[in-house]
Design a binder for this molecule. Structure first.
Ligand code: PSU
Ligand code: MN
Length: 314
């Protein structure tokens, strides 16, 4: 294996034994959540995956090495260091070449998963088509990576700051199945429904695993998006989210913000505008997605017939 890629011993052993592994991205830790909650949340999400019977594998770049399965010190470094580059696929070569630290987005994490052979990723909400993309051309690489990596990405849909109808249109164009977790509607990140239909509904982890297997057996699709509505207790009303997003977009435009800094700025501004309630929703939906992802990873390994019932838990 190339020097630039490090797969932790735990992850390596789990993959070799056919045990369930859930990859986690780190851009949301370094750039998507405020400190110091970010490290707490990252640790909590890993614990949730473990409780669900799967092994968490957070992905990041440490001193120029693309690491699949960060240890506790490395996780802390990503959460606390000042000089952590936000790494989409296009940023990885330079971060590695320069010996930098980097936090991987969904796109960057999928790139690493493809190299290491991981199949399930849990995140909050994927990136997508930004509002006004017809002028800015700002479309997250997350969509393109979904189209080219064999993986099930578990998320509460795409982030609410985006243009959700166009995000779904592009996913359709790219041939990415969008599965609604016990729902016919596409989740809208902080709120349960966008009012837009998913391409099909699944009611269990086994359903999701079967869809992935069918896609991969015939190579009909690579990535599948599993859209999980956020837990109702902390989910926000869509109208409130829309007001906060409008405020955040106006603030971003006032500052002339563009590129990779845009998504973190919008999330942060929405958190202020909702008095922190969007942050609570974000933390809860991350945990919820981690729980579902563990179930799906479990179903996928069992589906492969390599799961050893004697070792149901980590
Ligand atoms: N989900 C969250 N918070 C985040 C992100 C996702 O709950 O901060 C991050 C992910 O890493 C996602 C990235 O891949 O935002 C998309 O950024 P961009 O729009 O610049 O591609
Ligand atoms: Mn972008």
């Amino acid at each position: 294996m190339a020097d630039g890629l490090v797969v932790s011993d735990d992850v390596r052993a789990a993959l070799a034994a056919g045990r369930p592994v859930v990859a986690l991205e780190s851009a949301l830790i370094a750039h998507g959540l405020p400190r110091p909650q970010n490290l707490e949340v990252a640790t909590l999400v890993e614990a949730t995956v473990r409780d669900g019977g799967a092994l968490p594998a957070t992905v990041g770049v440490i001193g120029g090495r693309l690491v699949v399965g960060l240890d506790a010190n490395q996780l802390e470094l990503i959460a606390c260091a000042e000089n952590v580059r936000k790494c989409s696929r296009r940023d990885l070569p330079v971060a590695i070449a320069n010996g930098e630290h980097g936090a991987t987005t969904v796109a960057g994490t999928l790139a690493a998963m493809g190299l290491a052979g991981l199949r399930v990723l849990a995140t909050g909400g994927i990136g997508g088509v930004h509002r006004g993309a017809e002028l800015s051309f700002d479309v997250s690489a997350d969509l393109v990576e979904l189209a080219r990596t064999r993986a099930i990405v578990v998320a509460a849909g795409a982030k609410a700051v985006l243009d959700l109808p166009r995000t779904l249109e592009l996913l359709e164009t790219l041939g990415v199945p969008v599965l609604g977790w016990r729902s016919d509607d596409f989740a809208a990140f902080y709120s349960g429904s966008s009012g837009l239909p998913v391409s099909s509904r699944v009611d269990s982890a086994a359903d999701a695993a079967r869809a992935a297997r069918a896609a991969w057996d015939l190579d009909l699709a690579k990535g599948l998006l599993l859209a999980v509505p956020p837990p109702p207790d902390s989910a926000l009303e869509r109208e409130e989210v829309e007001r906060a997003v409008a405020e955040a977009l106006a603030a971003a435009e006032g500052r002339g913000l563009r590129g990779p800094a845009l998504t973190p700025f919008l999330l942060d501004t929405v958190a202020s505008a909702t008095g922190g309630r969007s942050l609570q929703a974000n933390v809860d939906l991350l945990q919820n997605n981690a729980r579902v992802a563990a179930e799906v990873a479990f179903a996928l390994t069992r589906d492969e017939g390599r799961y050893d019932a004697a070792t149901t838990r980590w």
